[in-house]
Ligand binder design. Structure first.
Ligand code: GLC
Length: 442
Protein backbone atom coordinates (compact mmCIF):
# COMPACT_ATOMS: atom_id res chain seq x y z
CA UNK A 1 0.00 0.00 0.00
CA UNK A 2 1.26 3.48 -0.86
CA UNK A 3 2.27 5.94 1.83
CA UNK A 4 -0.85 6.95 3.79
CA UNK A 5 0.04 10.45 4.95
CA UNK A 6 0.92 11.94 1.59
CA UNK A 7 -2.25 10.65 -0.09
CA UNK A 8 -4.53 12.04 2.59
CA UNK A 9 -2.93 15.45 2.11
CA UNK A 10 -4.36 15.58 -1.39
CA UNK A 11 -7.69 17.35 -1.83
CA UNK A 12 -10.78 15.26 -2.61
CA UNK A 13 -12.21 15.80 -6.09
CA UNK A 14 -15.75 17.14 -5.63
CA UNK A 15 -18.62 15.22 -7.22
CA UNK A 16 -21.44 16.82 -9.20
CA UNK A 17 -23.98 14.28 -7.96
CA UNK A 18 -24.60 13.37 -4.33
CA UNK A 19 -21.90 10.96 -3.14
CA UNK A 20 -22.59 11.25 0.62
CA UNK A 21 -24.78 8.11 0.80
CA UNK A 22 -22.31 6.27 -1.44
CA UNK A 23 -19.21 6.72 0.67
CA UNK A 24 -21.24 5.89 3.77
CA UNK A 25 -22.58 2.65 2.20
CA UNK A 26 -19.25 1.19 1.02
CA UNK A 27 -20.65 -2.19 0.00
CA UNK A 28 -23.01 -2.91 -2.89
CA UNK A 29 -24.26 -5.73 -5.07
CA UNK A 30 -23.74 -5.76 -8.82
CA UNK A 31 -26.16 -7.97 -10.75
CA UNK A 32 -25.49 -9.08 -14.31
CA UNK A 33 -28.56 -10.78 -15.64
CA UNK A 34 -29.77 -11.31 -19.16
CA UNK A 35 -30.03 -13.80 -22.00
CA UNK A 36 -26.39 -14.86 -21.52
CA UNK A 37 -27.48 -16.70 -18.36
CA UNK A 38 -28.74 -19.45 -20.71
CA UNK A 39 -25.52 -20.28 -22.61
CA UNK A 40 -23.97 -19.88 -19.13
CA UNK A 41 -20.48 -19.43 -20.54
CA UNK A 42 -19.76 -15.69 -20.18
CA UNK A 43 -21.82 -12.57 -20.81
CA UNK A 44 -19.54 -11.88 -23.80
CA UNK A 45 -20.48 -15.19 -25.47
CA UNK A 46 -21.98 -13.37 -28.45
CA UNK A 47 -18.65 -11.64 -29.02
CA UNK A 48 -16.39 -14.61 -28.31
CA UNK A 49 -18.32 -17.02 -30.50
CA UNK A 50 -19.04 -14.41 -33.18
CA UNK A 51 -22.77 -15.04 -33.03
CA UNK A 52 -25.16 -13.17 -35.30
CA UNK A 53 -28.51 -11.90 -34.03
CA UNK A 54 -30.10 -14.98 -35.56
CA UNK A 55 -27.65 -17.34 -33.80
CA UNK A 56 -28.36 -15.63 -30.49
CA UNK A 57 -32.13 -15.60 -30.93
CA UNK A 58 -32.57 -19.05 -29.34
CA UNK A 59 -31.71 -17.55 -25.96
CA UNK A 60 -34.41 -14.92 -26.38
CA UNK A 61 -36.92 -17.59 -27.30
CA UNK A 62 -36.06 -19.74 -24.30
CA UNK A 63 -35.67 -17.09 -21.62
CA UNK A 64 -38.14 -18.05 -18.91
CA UNK A 65 -36.81 -17.46 -15.37
CA UNK A 66 -39.75 -19.06 -13.63
CA UNK A 67 -38.11 -19.00 -10.19
CA UNK A 68 -37.28 -15.28 -10.33
CA UNK A 69 -38.30 -13.69 -7.05
CA UNK A 70 -36.50 -10.41 -6.36
CA UNK A 71 -37.60 -10.52 -2.72
CA UNK A 72 -35.21 -13.46 -2.27
CA UNK A 73 -32.41 -11.59 -4.04
CA UNK A 74 -32.96 -8.51 -1.92
CA UNK A 75 -32.88 -10.58 1.26
CA UNK A 76 -29.59 -12.16 0.22
CA UNK A 77 -28.06 -8.72 -0.46
CA UNK A 78 -29.37 -7.14 2.74
CA UNK A 79 -28.23 -10.08 4.86
CA UNK A 80 -24.77 -9.88 3.30
CA UNK A 81 -24.64 -6.29 4.54
CA UNK A 82 -24.93 -4.60 1.15
CA UNK A 83 -26.40 -1.10 1.06
CA UNK A 84 -27.08 -0.60 -2.65
CA UNK A 85 -27.44 -2.61 -5.81
CA UNK A 86 -26.65 -2.02 -9.47
CA UNK A 87 -28.60 -4.01 -12.04
CA UNK A 88 -27.90 -4.39 -15.76
CA UNK A 89 -30.88 -2.76 -17.48
CA UNK A 90 -29.15 -3.67 -20.74
CA UNK A 91 -25.83 -5.41 -21.39
CA UNK A 92 -23.69 -5.46 -24.57
CA UNK A 93 -26.02 -7.99 -26.22
CA UNK A 94 -28.67 -5.27 -26.29
CA UNK A 95 -31.32 -7.25 -24.41
CA UNK A 96 -33.48 -5.05 -22.14
CA UNK A 97 -34.69 -6.25 -18.76
CA UNK A 98 -37.41 -3.61 -18.53
CA UNK A 99 -40.54 -2.92 -20.53
CA UNK A 100 -39.05 -0.21 -22.71
CA UNK A 101 -41.11 1.50 -25.37
CA UNK A 102 -38.14 1.88 -27.68
CA UNK A 103 -37.46 -1.70 -28.76
CA UNK A 104 -39.11 -5.10 -28.98
CA UNK A 105 -35.89 -6.72 -27.84
CA UNK A 106 -37.00 -6.87 -24.24
CA UNK A 107 -37.95 -9.29 -21.50
CA UNK A 108 -41.70 -8.76 -21.89
CA UNK A 109 -41.48 -10.40 -25.33
CA UNK A 110 -39.70 -13.53 -24.07
CA UNK A 111 -41.65 -16.54 -22.73
CA UNK A 112 -41.25 -14.97 -19.27
CA UNK A 113 -43.32 -12.03 -20.43
CA UNK A 114 -42.90 -9.67 -17.48
CA UNK A 115 -40.79 -6.65 -16.56
CA UNK A 116 -37.93 -7.67 -14.22
CA UNK A 117 -36.72 -4.23 -13.16
CA UNK A 118 -39.76 -2.69 -11.46
CA UNK A 119 -40.29 -5.51 -8.91
CA UNK A 120 -36.54 -5.69 -8.32
CA UNK A 121 -36.26 -2.00 -7.47
CA UNK A 122 -39.28 -2.33 -5.18
CA UNK A 123 -37.82 -5.35 -3.38
CA UNK A 124 -34.37 -3.85 -2.79
CA UNK A 125 -35.68 -0.43 -1.81
CA UNK A 126 -38.10 -1.97 0.67
CA UNK A 127 -35.02 -3.33 2.47
CA UNK A 128 -33.37 0.07 2.51
CA UNK A 129 -30.95 -0.49 -0.36
CA UNK A 130 -30.35 2.26 -2.91
CA UNK A 131 -30.76 1.58 -6.64
CA UNK A 132 -28.27 2.00 -9.46
CA UNK A 133 -28.52 0.98 -13.11
CA UNK A 134 -25.71 -0.42 -15.22
CA UNK A 135 -26.45 0.52 -18.80
CA UNK A 136 -24.39 -0.73 -21.70
CA UNK A 137 -23.26 1.90 -24.19
CA UNK A 138 -22.37 -0.98 -26.47
CA UNK A 139 -25.23 -2.72 -28.27
CA UNK A 140 -24.57 -5.77 -30.43
CA UNK A 141 -28.19 -6.14 -31.41
CA UNK A 142 -29.17 -2.68 -32.61
CA UNK A 143 -29.36 -2.38 -36.43
CA UNK A 144 -27.65 1.03 -36.46
CA UNK A 145 -24.75 0.17 -34.14
CA UNK A 146 -21.79 0.00 -36.52
CA UNK A 147 -19.81 -3.24 -36.66
CA UNK A 148 -16.50 -2.34 -35.02
CA UNK A 149 -13.54 -4.19 -33.52
CA UNK A 150 -15.54 -5.47 -30.52
CA UNK A 151 -18.62 -6.48 -32.46
CA UNK A 152 -19.59 -10.17 -32.83
CA UNK A 153 -19.60 -9.66 -36.62
CA UNK A 154 -16.13 -8.05 -36.71
CA UNK A 155 -14.75 -10.85 -38.90
CA UNK A 156 -17.79 -11.14 -41.12
CA UNK A 157 -16.76 -11.19 -44.80
CA UNK A 158 -19.37 -8.51 -45.56
CA UNK A 159 -18.47 -6.28 -42.62
CA UNK A 160 -18.11 -3.18 -44.85
CA UNK A 161 -21.40 -3.83 -46.53
CA UNK A 162 -23.15 -4.43 -43.24
CA UNK A 163 -22.06 -0.99 -42.13
CA UNK A 164 -23.22 0.82 -45.23
CA UNK A 165 -26.83 0.84 -44.13
CA UNK A 166 -26.10 1.70 -40.50
CA UNK A 167 -26.80 5.24 -39.40
CA UNK A 168 -24.87 5.85 -36.14
CA UNK A 169 -27.01 8.86 -35.15
CA UNK A 170 -30.00 6.55 -34.93
CA UNK A 171 -28.26 4.46 -32.33
CA UNK A 172 -27.23 7.54 -30.34
CA UNK A 173 -30.82 8.69 -30.34
CA UNK A 174 -31.96 5.27 -29.12
CA UNK A 175 -29.38 5.29 -26.32
CA UNK A 176 -30.47 8.74 -25.14
CA UNK A 177 -34.13 7.82 -25.43
CA UNK A 178 -33.71 4.76 -23.23
CA UNK A 179 -31.74 6.65 -20.61
CA UNK A 180 -34.44 9.33 -20.56
CA UNK A 181 -37.08 6.65 -20.17
CA UNK A 182 -35.27 5.01 -17.26
CA UNK A 183 -34.65 8.31 -15.48
CA UNK A 184 -38.26 9.33 -15.92
CA UNK A 185 -39.59 6.04 -14.62
CA UNK A 186 -37.12 5.90 -11.73
CA UNK A 187 -36.73 9.44 -10.38
CA UNK A 188 -35.04 8.15 -7.20
CA UNK A 189 -32.29 6.41 -9.15
CA UNK A 190 -28.96 6.95 -7.36
CA UNK A 191 -26.42 6.15 -10.03
CA UNK A 192 -25.80 5.07 -13.60
CA UNK A 193 -22.89 2.82 -14.47
CA UNK A 194 -22.37 3.32 -18.21
CA UNK A 195 -20.19 0.71 -19.90
CA UNK A 196 -17.89 1.30 -21.82
CA UNK A 197 -15.81 3.36 -24.27
CA UNK A 198 -12.97 2.17 -26.50
CA UNK A 199 -12.30 5.13 -28.78
CA UNK A 200 -10.55 4.72 -32.13
CA UNK A 201 -6.93 5.79 -32.01
CA UNK A 202 -5.37 7.33 -35.11
CA UNK A 203 -2.77 5.05 -36.66
CA UNK A 204 -3.97 1.89 -34.89
CA UNK A 205 -4.78 -0.92 -37.33
CA UNK A 206 -6.82 -4.10 -37.00
CA UNK A 207 -5.76 -7.62 -38.08
CA UNK A 208 -6.83 -6.86 -41.64
CA UNK A 209 -4.56 -3.83 -41.74
CA UNK A 210 -7.48 -1.42 -41.72
CA UNK A 211 -8.04 1.39 -39.24
CA UNK A 212 -9.09 -0.02 -35.88
CA UNK A 213 -12.64 1.14 -35.29
CA UNK A 214 -13.83 1.74 -31.73
CA UNK A 215 -16.41 3.97 -30.10
CA UNK A 216 -16.19 6.89 -27.73
CA UNK A 217 -17.87 10.05 -26.57
CA UNK A 218 -18.81 11.20 -30.06
CA UNK A 219 -20.61 7.94 -30.77
CA UNK A 220 -22.50 8.05 -27.47
CA UNK A 221 -23.19 11.77 -27.67
CA UNK A 222 -21.75 11.79 -24.16
CA UNK A 223 -21.75 15.55 -23.60
CA UNK A 224 -25.40 15.87 -24.44
CA UNK A 225 -26.23 12.71 -22.53
CA UNK A 226 -24.59 14.08 -19.40
CA UNK A 227 -26.44 17.38 -19.79
CA UNK A 228 -29.77 15.61 -20.05
CA UNK A 229 -29.06 13.37 -17.07
CA UNK A 230 -27.90 16.22 -14.83
CA UNK A 231 -31.05 18.11 -15.72
CA UNK A 232 -33.42 15.22 -15.05
CA UNK A 233 -31.70 14.11 -11.85
CA UNK A 234 -29.13 16.49 -10.33
CA UNK A 235 -28.38 14.05 -7.46
CA UNK A 236 -27.37 11.12 -9.61
CA UNK A 237 -23.83 9.73 -9.65
CA UNK A 238 -22.15 8.84 -12.96
CA UNK A 239 -19.28 6.43 -13.47
CA UNK A 240 -16.20 7.28 -15.50
CA UNK A 241 -16.71 5.32 -18.72
CA UNK A 242 -18.35 7.90 -21.00
CA UNK A 243 -14.98 8.88 -22.46
CA UNK A 244 -14.95 12.44 -21.13
CA UNK A 245 -12.15 12.20 -18.57
CA UNK A 246 -11.40 15.92 -18.57
CA UNK A 247 -14.96 17.18 -18.15
CA UNK A 248 -15.66 17.77 -14.47
CA UNK A 249 -19.39 17.02 -14.45
CA UNK A 250 -19.14 14.03 -16.82
CA UNK A 251 -18.15 11.59 -14.09
CA UNK A 252 -18.34 11.34 -10.33
CA UNK A 253 -16.52 8.15 -9.47
CA UNK A 254 -13.85 5.86 -10.83
CA UNK A 255 -14.48 2.18 -11.46
CA UNK A 256 -11.35 0.00 -11.28
CA UNK A 257 -12.47 -3.41 -12.51
CA UNK A 258 -11.31 -6.81 -11.27
CA UNK A 259 -8.21 -5.54 -9.49
CA UNK A 260 -7.39 -4.02 -6.11
CA UNK A 261 -5.70 -0.63 -6.48
CA UNK A 262 -2.45 0.04 -4.59
CA UNK A 263 -3.98 2.90 -2.68
CA UNK A 264 -6.61 5.64 -2.87
CA UNK A 265 -7.35 6.35 -6.55
CA UNK A 266 -6.06 9.75 -7.60
CA UNK A 267 -6.38 11.87 -10.73
CA UNK A 268 -4.22 14.91 -11.38
CA UNK A 269 -3.31 15.48 -7.77
CA UNK A 270 -6.78 14.86 -6.35
CA UNK A 271 -8.22 11.91 -4.51
CA UNK A 272 -11.40 10.69 -6.19
CA UNK A 273 -14.50 8.83 -5.11
CA UNK A 274 -13.96 5.28 -6.33
CA UNK A 275 -15.53 1.87 -6.40
CA UNK A 276 -13.84 -1.45 -7.17
CA UNK A 277 -16.11 -3.84 -9.05
CA UNK A 278 -15.27 -7.47 -8.52
CA UNK A 279 -16.65 -10.89 -9.38
CA UNK A 280 -16.90 -14.10 -7.39
CA UNK A 281 -15.35 -16.16 -10.16
CA UNK A 282 -14.17 -14.07 -13.15
CA UNK A 283 -17.18 -13.70 -15.43
CA UNK A 284 -20.06 -11.32 -14.66
CA UNK A 285 -22.93 -13.31 -16.12
CA UNK A 286 -23.80 -16.77 -14.80
CA UNK A 287 -21.04 -19.20 -15.86
CA UNK A 288 -21.90 -22.78 -14.99
CA UNK A 289 -18.47 -24.38 -15.38
CA UNK A 290 -16.23 -21.69 -13.95
CA UNK A 291 -14.14 -23.13 -11.11
CA UNK A 292 -12.25 -20.03 -10.03
CA UNK A 293 -14.49 -18.99 -7.18
CA UNK A 294 -12.97 -16.84 -4.45
CA UNK A 295 -13.38 -17.90 -0.83
CA UNK A 296 -15.41 -15.96 1.74
CA UNK A 297 -12.19 -14.89 3.42
CA UNK A 298 -10.69 -13.61 0.17
CA UNK A 299 -13.86 -11.66 -0.58
CA UNK A 300 -13.91 -10.12 2.88
CA UNK A 301 -10.29 -9.19 2.48
CA UNK A 302 -11.18 -7.40 -0.76
CA UNK A 303 -13.92 -5.47 1.00
CA UNK A 304 -11.66 -4.48 3.90
CA UNK A 305 -8.76 -3.63 1.61
CA UNK A 306 -11.04 -1.43 -0.50
CA UNK A 307 -12.41 0.54 2.44
CA UNK A 308 -8.87 0.83 3.86
CA UNK A 309 -8.01 2.67 0.64
CA UNK A 310 -11.04 4.96 0.75
CA UNK A 311 -13.18 3.08 -1.79
CA UNK A 312 -16.39 1.08 -2.23
CA UNK A 313 -16.77 -2.55 -3.23
CA UNK A 314 -19.41 -3.54 -5.77
CA UNK A 315 -19.53 -7.33 -5.71
CA UNK A 316 -21.21 -9.11 -8.57
CA UNK A 317 -23.77 -11.90 -8.72
CA UNK A 318 -24.76 -13.53 -12.01
CA UNK A 319 -28.18 -15.14 -11.47
CA UNK A 320 -29.17 -18.27 -13.40
CA UNK A 321 -31.62 -18.61 -16.26
CA UNK A 322 -34.18 -19.94 -13.78
CA UNK A 323 -33.88 -16.63 -11.93
CA UNK A 324 -31.93 -17.70 -8.87
CA UNK A 325 -28.61 -16.92 -7.24
CA UNK A 326 -26.80 -20.24 -7.49
CA UNK A 327 -25.59 -22.10 -4.41
CA UNK A 328 -21.99 -20.91 -4.75
CA UNK A 329 -23.08 -17.27 -4.73
CA UNK A 330 -25.44 -17.84 -1.80
CA UNK A 331 -22.68 -19.56 0.14
CA UNK A 332 -20.31 -16.60 -0.32
CA UNK A 333 -22.98 -14.02 0.50
CA UNK A 334 -23.98 -15.90 3.61
CA UNK A 335 -20.38 -16.15 4.79
CA UNK A 336 -19.82 -12.45 4.25
CA UNK A 337 -23.10 -11.64 6.03
CA UNK A 338 -22.03 -13.71 9.00
CA UNK A 339 -18.92 -11.56 9.34
CA UNK A 340 -20.70 -8.29 8.52
CA UNK A 341 -23.28 -8.86 11.25
CA UNK A 342 -20.62 -8.33 13.91
CA UNK A 343 -18.06 -6.26 12.03
CA UNK A 344 -19.96 -3.82 9.83
CA UNK A 345 -18.91 -0.95 12.10
CA UNK A 346 -15.48 -1.27 10.49
CA UNK A 347 -17.02 -0.83 7.02
CA UNK A 348 -19.98 1.60 6.99
CA UNK A 349 -18.94 5.22 7.07
CA UNK A 350 -15.29 4.19 7.24
CA UNK A 351 -12.37 5.25 5.10
CA UNK A 352 -8.59 5.31 4.94
CA UNK A 353 -7.03 5.83 8.36
CA UNK A 354 -4.41 8.51 8.92
CA UNK A 355 -2.02 5.94 10.40
CA UNK A 356 0.31 3.31 8.98
CA UNK A 357 -1.05 -0.17 9.78
CA UNK A 358 1.24 -2.83 11.28
CA UNK A 359 2.40 -5.76 9.16
CA UNK A 360 -0.34 -8.19 8.00
CA UNK A 361 -3.03 -5.72 9.05
CA UNK A 362 -5.41 -3.20 7.49
CA UNK A 363 -6.79 -0.14 9.22
CA UNK A 364 -10.11 1.47 8.47
CA UNK A 365 -11.25 4.59 10.28
CA UNK A 366 -14.55 6.21 11.08
CA UNK A 367 -13.98 9.95 11.30
CA UNK A 368 -17.42 10.60 12.81
CA UNK A 369 -17.05 8.23 15.77
CA UNK A 370 -13.29 8.66 15.90
CA UNK A 371 -12.70 4.92 16.04
CA UNK A 372 -9.96 2.99 14.35
CA UNK A 373 -10.45 -0.57 13.14
CA UNK A 374 -7.50 -2.89 13.08
CA UNK A 375 -8.14 -5.90 10.82
CA UNK A 376 -5.71 -8.67 11.73
CA UNK A 377 -5.16 -10.80 8.64
CA UNK A 378 -2.73 -13.17 10.31
CA UNK A 379 -3.10 -13.62 14.06
CA UNK A 380 0.22 -13.05 15.86
CA UNK A 381 1.22 -14.74 19.08
CA UNK A 382 0.79 -12.62 22.16
CA UNK A 383 1.46 -9.09 21.05
CA UNK A 384 0.70 -6.63 18.30
CA UNK A 385 2.67 -3.40 18.18
CA UNK A 386 1.20 -0.10 17.04
CA UNK A 387 3.17 2.97 16.07
CA UNK A 388 2.06 6.57 16.21
CA UNK A 389 -0.96 6.16 18.48
CA UNK A 390 0.46 6.87 21.94
CA UNK A 391 -1.27 10.21 22.40
CA UNK A 392 -4.52 9.04 20.87
CA UNK A 393 -5.13 5.62 22.35
CA UNK A 394 -8.08 5.36 24.75
CA UNK A 395 -9.53 1.83 24.77
CA UNK A 396 -9.54 -1.31 22.61
CA UNK A 397 -11.80 -4.32 22.23
CA UNK A 398 -12.39 -7.24 19.92
CA UNK A 399 -15.22 -6.17 17.68
CA UNK A 400 -16.89 -9.59 17.49
CA UNK A 401 -17.66 -9.82 21.21
CA UNK A 402 -16.67 -6.45 22.73
CA UNK A 403 -14.10 -8.13 24.97
CA UNK A 404 -11.36 -5.82 26.16
CA UNK A 405 -7.93 -5.96 24.57
CA UNK A 406 -5.41 -4.82 27.15
CA UNK A 407 -2.34 -2.81 26.24
CA UNK A 408 0.90 -1.41 27.57
CA UNK A 409 2.82 1.61 26.42
CA UNK A 410 6.21 0.40 25.29
CA UNK A 411 7.40 -3.12 24.53
CA UNK A 412 6.96 -5.78 27.19
CA UNK A 413 10.13 -7.73 26.56
CA UNK A 414 12.09 -5.72 24.03
CA UNK A 415 12.56 -2.07 23.45
CA UNK A 416 9.61 -0.36 21.73
CA UNK A 417 8.18 3.10 22.21
CA UNK A 418 4.69 2.57 20.78
CA UNK A 419 1.68 0.69 22.09
CA UNK A 420 1.70 -3.07 22.55
CA UNK A 421 -1.69 -4.78 22.39
CA UNK A 422 -1.85 -7.94 24.48
CA UNK A 423 -3.74 -10.44 22.38
CA UNK A 424 -5.41 -13.64 23.48
CA UNK A 425 -3.48 -16.68 22.30
CA UNK A 426 -6.43 -17.98 20.34
CA UNK A 427 -7.72 -15.94 17.46
CA UNK A 428 -11.43 -15.17 17.73
CA UNK A 429 -13.42 -17.66 15.67
CA UNK A 430 -14.30 -15.27 12.83
CA UNK A 431 -13.07 -15.05 9.23
CA UNK A 432 -11.04 -11.89 9.87
CA UNK A 433 -10.68 -10.59 13.46
CA UNK A 434 -11.06 -6.87 14.07
CA UNK A 435 -9.87 -4.81 17.02
CA UNK A 436 -11.87 -1.65 17.61
CA UNK A 437 -9.74 1.16 18.97
CA UNK A 438 -11.39 4.19 20.57
CA UNK A 439 -9.25 7.24 19.92
CA UNK A 440 -8.96 10.41 21.94
CA UNK A 441 -9.58 13.55 19.89
CA UNK A 442 -6.49 14.69 17.98
C1 GLC B 1 -16.90 -4.69 -18.66
C2 GLC B 1 -17.41 -5.84 -19.38
C3 GLC B 1 -18.47 -6.49 -18.71
C4 GLC B 1 -18.91 -6.10 -17.36
C5 GLC B 1 -18.31 -4.86 -16.81
C6 GLC B 1 -18.36 -4.62 -15.34
O1 GLC B 1 -16.12 -3.85 -19.21
O2 GLC B 1 -17.58 -5.59 -20.71
O3 GLC B 1 -19.01 -7.59 -19.26
O4 GLC B 1 -20.23 -5.76 -17.45
O5 GLC B 1 -17.25 -4.38 -17.39
O6 GLC B 1 -17.58 -3.58 -14.91
Amino acid sequence: MKDVGSVLDLPLRPTTGDSSWFTEARFGMFIHWGLYALPARHEWVKHYERLSNDDYQKYFEHFDPDLYNPEIWADAAAEAGMKYFVITTKHHDGFCLWDTELTDYKITNTPYGKDAIAPMVRAFESRGLETGFYHSLIDWHHPHFRVDEMHPLRDHPDRKKLNESRIPARYTEYLHGQVRELLTRYPKLRLIFFDFSYPSTPGKLNAQGEPWEGKGHLDWGSEELVRMIRQLNPQILLDDRLDLPGQADAWDYMTPEQYQPDGWKTVEGQRVVWEACQTFSGSWGYYRDEETWKSVKQLLLMLIDTVAKGGNLLLNVGPTGRGEFDERALDRLKGMGEWMKRHNRSIYGCTMAPFEAPQDCRYTYNPKTNRLYLHVLSWPTGALRLQGLNDRFEYAQLLNDASEVRFVVGGEHEEFTGITLKLPVKSPNVSIPVIEIYLKPA
